[in-house]
Design a binder for this molecule. Structure first.
Ligand code: HEC
Ligand code: HEC
Ligand code: HEC
Length: 433
């Protein structure tokens, strides 16, 4: 029954979208003519290698420990599982028979060779901004790699998302091929940053929320988004992470090494740093930072709807006192050695828990997950042996995890809603997946 309602809804929506966007979705953008850079073949390949890192193509197109770019990695989404394709130059199973034009069509128009529409789990809604010259260099690099014969596996998507033809409607509603438009009123550095953050860097693919059909509000929207089991915080919001307020060198350090004076990246963001940002030149990182810090911070309303929904239980002063007392005892036993008596952490080693947006946000999936499963910041050339956090799933029960996190969220001047053991339990099941 749910399925039927869902598909009827989808068709209605798609119909509306088709009317709204009619005339666009049949037209591919062929405006870029592909005037190639005058680079030697080997310069073209090394330029491409660099850009492929900027796009973190390897991250999705590689199964850990197996041949690079040969595909097969499982991407879990609310629509089902995607299995990434082989993009090595093998003719039979990879993209060996593709031309540079075909490759450009994939990045820019979200279409496979022969015109098959691609799912936006391949973030072409961002990559569409990549210039034709850059796409050609990336193509040259991929074509220079060893051929790996590995057949693509079908995705395992739920109905109706398994109907590729419906992507026509999706594209009509949510996708326009666009080239990066330089903003002449801004500096060269800002423009380079915008091109990288919104295009190859695809930060918005995770850091912005998606609607029920998997579309987000646009490449420059960084207002926070939920992934399966993780939350990519808003980067421009006073209640979450507000990058405009960070010292620039702290953001540079985080993108280069995965750790800084106050925090460390983990999970999907650790993959981004390990596979992509740590490899970027200082000039490009500085440009991205300049662009990110120039996005105005949204001053979140004190009591918005989201807030009320996530506010957690209201506790009497007496109950709160008891939570703090029990939480403090757990903290002292299990956490203090690393995170410090005042939650001050150790710069570049153990993240601070005092005034840490990662800990204080309304969406608690990351801290709960961190305590249950532990984690490591990425291994980077700037931080080759990161210190990790041990898992507590077997040491602490749900209510103890709730207590210790409620304590850290309200100690040392922190202030955030307390957690319930039910909330912890929800993520415990997710973590065990
Ligand atoms: C977030 C994960 C993700 C990232 C990052 C990613 N891809 Fe993909 N890519 C996919 C998925 C999933 C598909 C399959 C989409 C489909 O079947 O419709 C895909 C499809 C493709 C295809 C089409 C292959 C075919 O046989 O039709 C090409 C080419 C491609 N990606 C190249 C790239 C390049 C180049 C980059 C880096 C700039 C990249 N991808 C980054 C997930 C990703
Ligand atoms: C694959 C999904 C994904 C992509 C792509 C991604 N992020 Fe993240 N990001 C996350 C998640 C999840 C977190 C929360 C975990 C953490 O704090 O490390 C995060 C956290 C962050 C943080 C806050 C770290 C902290 O501890 O306060 C910053 C800053 C950040 N991302 C910047 C970026 C930038 C810049 C880009 C684009 C170059 C980007 N992210 C791309 C998933 C992603
Ligand atoms: C052995 C040292 C160690 C212990 C003990 C430890 N942690 Fe951690 N903690 C870390 C490290 C290292 C990280 C960064 C991990 C990463 O980036 O994946 C971290 C990350 C975190 C984060 C995420 C912070 C951020 O900025 O992203 C939270 C929340 C946290 N720990 C809470 C706790 C709590 C609560 C306890 C006790 C139950 C605890 N930790 C015990 C080392 C430790």
């Amino acid at each position: 029954m749910k399925k039927i309602i869902l598909s009827v809804l989808l068709f209605l929506l798609a119909g509306a979208a088709a009317v709204a966007g009619f005339g666009y979705y049949l037209v591919d953008d062929k405006s870029a003519t592909g005037i190639s850079d005058k680079l030697s073949a080997s310069d073209q390949i090394s330029k491409g290698a660099y850009l492929v890192k900027a796009g973190n193509c390897m991250g999705c197109h590689t199964v850990k420990g197996e041949a690079a770019f040969a595909g097969g990695r499982l991407l879990q989404t609310e629509f089902g599982h995607f299995k990434t394709p082989n993009i090595t130059p093998d003719v039979k199973t990879g993209i060996g028979s593709w031309t540079a034009e075909d490759f450009w069509q994939a990045l820019h128009n979200g279409k496979s060779r022969g015109g098959r529409m691609l799912y936006p789990s391949f973030p072409y809604t961002n990559y569409t901004q990549v210039s034709r010259n850059d796409a050609d260099a990336m193509y040259a690099y991929l074509m220079s790699l060893p051929k790996v014969e590995k057949a693509n596996q079908p995705h395992e998507l739920r109905f109706p998302y398994d109907q590729r033809a419906l992507l026509a409607f999706w594209r009509a509603a949510y996708f326009r091929p666009t080239s990066y438009q330089e903003d002449k009123s801004k500096s060269v550095e800002w423009n380079r940053g915008a091109y990288l953050v919104n295009g190859l860097g695809h930060c918005s693919a995770c850091h912005s929320s998606r609607n029920g059909l998997g579309a987000n509000a646009g490449v420059s929207d960084l207002s926070g988004g939920e992934l399966t089991g993780w939350y990519a915080p808003a980067l421009t919001n006073s209640k979450e992470v507000s990058l405009a307020k960070w010292p620039a060198q702290e953001l540079v350090a985080l993108l280069k090494s995965g750790v800084n004076q106050h925090t460390a990246v983990s999970g999907p963001m650790a993959e981004v740093v390990a596979g992509s940002t740590q490899h970027l030149s200082d000039a490009d990182i500085n440009s991205m930072v300049a662009y990110l810090q120039a996005i105005p911070t949204v001053q979140a309303a004190e009591k918005d709807m989201f807030d009320q929904a996530m506010a957690g239980p209201e506790l009497s002063a007496e109950n709160m006192g008891s939570v703090m007392k029990q939480g403090a005892a757990l903290y002292k036993t299990h956490c203090m050695d690393c995170h410090g008596a005042q939650g001050e952490g150790v710069a570049n080693v153990y993240p601070a828990l005092r005034s840490t947006p990662a800990l204080l946000g309304q969406v608690v999936s990351n801290p709960v997950r961190m305590v249950l499963s532990g984690g490591f910041p990425p291994v980077t050339s700037a931080n080759p042996r990161p210190y990790g956090m041990p898992p507590f799933a077997h040491t602490l029960n749900d209510s103890e995890v709730a207590l210790v996190l409620s304590y850290t969220r309200n100690a040392w001047g922190n202030k955030a809603a307390v957690l319930t053991s039910a909330e912890v339990n929800r993520y415990r099941t997710a973590v065990n997946d």
